[in-house]
Design a protein around this ligand. Structure first.
Ligand SMILES: Cc1ncc(COP(=O)(O)O)c(C=O)c1O
Length: 383
């Protein structure tokens, strides 16, 4: 199969597939550029593997195959020079479920959990406000890059801090944190005996070759306090198919995580395992084509937003989620304004930055061209 740009250029009608992204606006002519799934077809190799599995008419509870483990181990070794042991892996149906399991497993009653806005909204939601205090230590902008405020993090931790929840690469800012930054955060966690839960769901989507992703557990001086959460879902457009995994080297942390999962999290589904196995075994050509296409889309956005006053496209190393500072427009309801002009961005409000917008650019270029023309039309009404 040839996964060149013409493959990703194809516009597929996703309406009538019960797509959350496409059904949000009903019959209204609003381009959905919000939730993080792609408008691209999955790799043929994955689709065929799922079809083949369906040849057997019984589904049933399923465990991960040896092939899946071998494919994942090879993938992590090739991508990040990370050698993992089989028993470190815990398969879970989703990364958000994994974050919730971390809270359940490691955040004792009355303790503090730290996270760093702007951040993916589930980081604010997975804890229980009655049992824990969420401490928000905002990221700061250094040059054109969003990063940790290390001093503020040092001040924020105390002996009551049980968990630090990271997102690396970062949604919504697109930052790939450096090993030094990650090491620093882990050292801060270690200084008070806190666990680091590192959501690395976007690690397969690094667009800037100069900033390779480093798993937090590898960057840390002490990997024993790090829980890594990853998934094939973002990289291979398997969002909704739900096959994710925790990687936990420390047996005690692993046992607590497993116990928390067993209480509330269902097993991974049969077809999800099949999809993930095919993704790691033979998804590479599709992913290469995807990354090339996303780089082209991002370059297009950089060029176009440079011509637009009042909206600043923030620089991005990874993800297909562009973070746009629209504060100079001075609007009361930034996302509502654009929605009324046919543009369904994610509102920055859900990440704690109401005057920002997040634009999902994992779509055919023609969709982005239409989006840009609508941005111009919308802004013309403000003149
Ligand atoms: C940082 C981050 N974590 C988790 C998720 C969702 O993961 P899952 O569907 O596996 O629960 C997303 C989806 O956008 C995300 O951006």
């Amino acid at each position: 199969m040839n996964y060149d740009s013409s493959y990703f250029d194809k516009v597929l009608d996703r309406r009538h597939t019960n797509s959350i992204k496409w059904d949000k606006y009903g019959e209204r002519d609003v381009l959905p550029l919000w939730v993080a799934d792609m408008d691209f077809p999955i790799a043929d190799e994955i689709r065929n593997a799922m079809l083949e599995r369906l040849e057997h008419p019984v589904m049933g509870y399923t465990h991960a195959s040896e092939n899946l483990f071998c494919g994942l181990r090879l993938h992590l070794k090739e991508e990040f020079c990370w050698n993992i042991e089989k028993e470190w892996i815990i398969w879970i149906p989703g990364v958000v479920a994994g974050l919730a399991a971390c809270v359940r497993a490691y955040a004792r009653q009355g303790s503090e959990i730290i996270t760093n806005p702007p951040i993916y909204h589930h980081f604010f939601q997975v804890h229980d406000q009655a049992r824990h205090k969420l401490v928000e230590v905002p990221l700061r902008v250094e040059g054109k890059r969003w990063t940790y405020d290390i001093e503020a993090m040092r001040k924020a931790v105390n002996e009551n801090t049980s968990l630090i929840m990271l997102c690396s690469p970062h949604n919504p800012t697109g930052t790939v944190f450096t090993p030094a930054e990650l090491r620093e955060i882990c050292a801060i966690a270690d200084s008070v005996g806190a666990v680091v839960a590192s959501d690395e769901i976007h690690c397969g989507l690094v667009l800037n070759g100069a900033t390779p992703h480093k798993p937090t557990a590898l960057a840390a001086a002490n990997s024993e306090s790090v829980v890594t959460l990853m998934s094939a879902s973002k990289t291979f457009n398997l969002a909704g198919v739900n096959c994710s995994y925790g990687i936990i080297a420390n047996p005690e942390l692993r046992q607590k995580f497993q116990a928390a999962c067993a209480e509330v999290i269902p097993p991974v589904s049969t077809l999800s395992y099949t999809a993930a196995e095919a993704a790691f075994a033979s998804g590479r050509p599709w992913r290469q084509g995807l990354l090339d296409y996303l780089r082209g889309n991002y370059a297009y956005l950089v060029e176009e937003f440079a011509k637009i006053d009042g909206m600043e496209l923030q620089s991005l190393d990874a993800t297909y989620l562009a973070w746009i500072d629209a504060s100079k427009l001075g609007l009361n309801d930034t996302s509502g304004f654009f929605e009324s002009h046919g543009l369904g961005f994610s509102s920055g409000e859900q990440f704690r930055q109401p005057q920002h917008l997040r634009l999902n650019f994992a779509c055919p270029r023609s969709t982005l061209e239409l989006a840009i023309s609508r941005v111009h039309a919308a802004l013309a009404t403000l003149a």
